[in-house]
Design a protein around this ligand. Sequence first.
Ligand SMILES: C[S@@+](CC[C@H](N)C(=O)[O-])C[C@H]1O[C@@H](n2cnc3c(N)ncnc32)[C@H](O)[C@@H]1O
Length: 194
Amino acid sequence: MIQETDWDGRYRQEDTPWDKGEPAPGLVDWLKKNQLDPRSRVLVPGCGRGHDASAWAKAGFETTAMDLSDRALNDARESYDSLPNLAFCPGDFLHEQPKDPYDLVFEHTLFCAIAPDSRETYASSLVRWLRPGGHFLAIHFVFPLSEQGPPYGADREEIIRRFEPNFQLLEDWSPRSFKERQSEERMFWWQKKP
Ligand SMILES: C[S@@+](CC[C@H](N)C(=O)[O-])C[C@H]1O[C@@H](n2cnc3c(N)ncnc32)[C@H](O)[C@@H]1O
């Protein structure tokens, strides 16, 4: 039986082993190598303390970072208050509707954080949050699924099967990762079908 995770409680207790205090190395590398339209509006759902979202904002993009946890968002605001193009918003990626869908969604350790029986909901939510032709950049954990989590693993085939109905896979690769996650992550670059 999978228990709901008390995310806010975990932040309040400082029980946050996923938080490395800096943006994901795979994202840092990707932002150095890739040129996107600078007018792109970016959403970072499950942003936690905002390190990845801050990398998008520092790269010049108007960035909205969303999380369920008020405590995580407060910590994020304290750290990244000085970035005028970065907004931290409380929200539930799985159940809310965007007023204005985004050009790009970036995710890191959200898909693996939700219970596996919510993955279909995640995939359909992603369709709502992105405009047609918009992009989805993700860093996923790739290891076999176990009922013990989070993180809940998923293999490459499952990830592709989840998103392929509505997205075209443009590229996937093994990124540079935090030391203890080396070889456990895979990055995916998708485009939403028109
Ligand atoms: C494992 S943590 C990762 C946080 C951050 N991405 C990082 O790498 O440090 C998962 C995050 O997703 C958030 N979260 C879980 N379910 C969510 C949902 N439905 N909508 C928005 N955020 C959610 C949690 O509060 C938590 O901050």
